[in-house]
Every structure is written in structure tokens, then in C-alpha cells.
Design a protein around this ligand. Sequence first.
Ligand SMILES: Nc1nc2c(ncn2[C@@H]2O[C@H](COP(=O)(O)OP(=O)(O)OP(=O)(O)O)[C@@H](O)[C@H]2O)c(=O)[nH]1
Ligand SMILES: [Mg+2]
Length: 410
Amino acid sequence: MKNKQFQKLMSTSNKVEVVILNGFLGSGKTTLFRNLLSQSKKKEIPVCAIVNDMSELDVDGELISNTDIVEENNQILESISSCVLSSKKGIDKLDYTLKKLLSNQNPRLVIIETSGSCHPLPLVEYFKKHKEVKLTGLFTLVDSLMLAHDYNYGEHLVPKMQHNITQGKRDTVNLLVEQIMFCSHLILTKADRIAKEKLPDIATYIQGINPNVSTHSVHFGKLNIDALFELPEYNYFQVAQLIGELKSVLESQENQDKPYDLATRVIKDERPFHPQRLWDACHEHLDQGIYRSKGFFWLSSRNKYSLLWNQAAGSISLELIGSWRAGILEDDDHGLLEFELELLKEQVAKEKGRFGDRRCDLTVIGDQSKVDRFTEALKECFLTEEEIKLWKNGHEFTDPWPKKIVKLTN
Ligand SMILES: Nc1nc2c(ncn2[C@@H]2O[C@H](COP(=O)(O)OP(=O)(O)OP(=O)(O)O)[C@@H](O)[C@H]2O)c(=O)[nH]1
Ligand SMILES: [Mg+2]
């Protein structure tokens, strides 16, 4: 008997560790992921990264591939897009991806970012049976600002969930609460956006939902990566009853087209946004029903720059990703050597787009009832043909967006 226990202990200790970053849409998972990857590069820790985006636009994949460590070896990153990891298709893709990473790389740790709409249960069940890897951390990230606005600092989470149970429905509050119930570690993000004295209230409401976790507030993903290596294996025993209660509910949801009433829309257009119209549309339409929109775009007033659009609940930020190639060519002060200029011209000439490599690729996720209204409003913000003519003739459109846009750093 003792011998068997020893063998079991040895077999789990040799397994590659896995940490999952779960949490609702826009809670700060990619921000934390990028920060962890940047630390692993500095500390020379061999990690592999898996990122999952429910949309066909793999925005997170692009953001993660933009980190130093992945630029050095892009084989350590695998993207799973167009499905949610918690679906049957998602688990199959995860299994294939993990096998590939484990056989081609030699990681000490695998970090997985789920999409915001991912339920943790199928992942917990999958890792429980896995022979080669060991799930240690199931981190759930919770956006303090969203909790403050939509759930009175967390006070309304449980009553809203109970109301859903009496009505026999499931929506985003079920997902939020269940993500908290399954986590081994809870990370509060965006605490800088709420009053400091309210943090203990949030922690109390969260502990009411999951008494086994303590909450840690993390500012813009600054969590020391060493903390990921001191973790025991995920406690499957603690969630056994919860799995029993929820499994059939989730299975009946599996074939639903829009679980949690979440709908996704994609906007693809080559044209730039009219800065003032975009500003007005955001102020008019961004309400509680639009949980998340993100992607890359350009403004006619800043036509050189590739911008990242990052909206979660009521807050929106524009970040500078880099310069469009076509924008550099149009800039008289490009500072390029003759051969560099020729190379750039060749690259831009190969682009099929009307404005060279410049484009707008956005994903919008929200309540089915709200998402179309916002998507249509955004489409109205692109320059019209008349405006494009004006813009080409040097017309400057009013731009109310902050002049100083922060550059996204690795
Ligand atoms: N103020 C503030 N903003 C933050 C913090 N952490 C993340 N953000 C911002 O929140 C927005 C969403 O962050 P992401 O890291 O993309 O969130 P995510 O969970 O990966 O989003 P999805 O993958 O779409 O579910 C970005 O604009 C971040 O800059 C924080 O601690 N404070
Ligand atoms: Mg993300």
C-alpha cells in the first residue's frame, strides 16, 4: 500500500505543471499572461502558452505573439480560436495542442488563457484524468470595476443567481459565480478603478461564494511568476459535489447556439474610423449589455498608427500597437535607408487592401439584444466615400480621443 502511494506521489511530481487563467470577458487575463511571459523570458523559465479566443479574430493570439519570448521562439505558443475551450470541440483541440507542445518543447510550465465565456468544469474534468500534466493553479480573474458597477461590489451576485435558479434560466451571472466557485486562486483586477475601502467588501462577498480561496489584488498583471511554482495540485475533491450538481446542466447547454445569451459579432473593414463619430457612438451605446469589444483599427486623424481597441464593461482604452507600413511610406520623415524603403514598398504593394496593410478587425461580445445595435453603430463610424475624398485631400477631422495614447509594452 505504502509503495503504491509512493509511486503515485512520484508520478504526479514528474508531471509538467499547468496553470489556467480563467475569468469573465475583459477581466485582465491577457494582461497578466503577457506579464508572466515577459518574466519567464527574463528568468529563462521554459514555458509554453496556449491562448483561446471564441472569435475567429485571434486578437489575444496576436497580442501574445507580440511578446519577446514568443518572438524568439514562436513554437511555444498555440492559439485555439473560433471555439470555447469548455466545449467538446474545445477540449479536443486542447488535447491535440497539449500533445503537440509536450512532444516538441520541453516546458516546465504550461499557461493557458481561456476565453472569457469559458466554464471551468470541463477543463477540471479533463486535467483530472491527464497522465502527463498536473493542474496546479486555476486562477479566476475578477474585474473589480465591473463587480462594483453591475453587482454592487459583489453583493448582488448570489441573489441574482438565486433569482435565475427560481426562473430556470442561466445567464452571465451563473458563469461569473461558477468561475469563482471552481477557482483555486482568485485575482482581483482593476482595483485602481474603485475606492480602496471597498476592496474588503468585494473579498467578503467572494469568500461567501468560495470559502476556500483568498483574494489577491493584482495591478495590471503584475504577479510574480515564482508564485506559480509553489502550488499544490488542484484540489479535485473540493469540487466533486459541485461537478455532480452542474454536469448535466452544462451538458444540456452544450448544443445551445448562444450559452449565457452571449452573442459575438465581427467587424472587418479597410476604412478608418471617423474620430468624432466613434467617440459619440461609444458614449451613446456602451452600456451594461456590451461586455467586451476588442481588436485592431485606425483613425483617419492618426493614420500612421495601428491601434488596439480594448473595451470591457464601461471602460475603454486605446493602445498604440505600432505603425502601419502604409503609414510609414506616407510619412516624409520616415528615416529609412533607401533599401529599407524599397523593401517596405514591395511589402505594401503585395497587400490586397485599399489602404495598404491598414484595416479594422474588431470583435464585439454582448447580450444578444444589445450587440447588433452597437455593431451597427460602429459600422456607421467608418469614413464615407465623400469623407475619404476629403481626407485624401488633407482634410483634418475633429479628434476628441486623448492625444497621448499609451504604447502597449511587452
Ligand atoms: N485600470 C486597470 N485596467 C486593467 C488592469 N488589468 C487589465 N486592465 C485593462 O483591462 C482591459 C482588458 O484586459 P485584457 O487583459 O485584455 O482582458 P482579458 O481577460 O484577456 O479579456 P478577454 O480575453 O477578451 O476575455 C485592457 O484594456 C487592460 O489594459 C488593471 O489592473 N487596472
Ligand atoms: Mg484575453
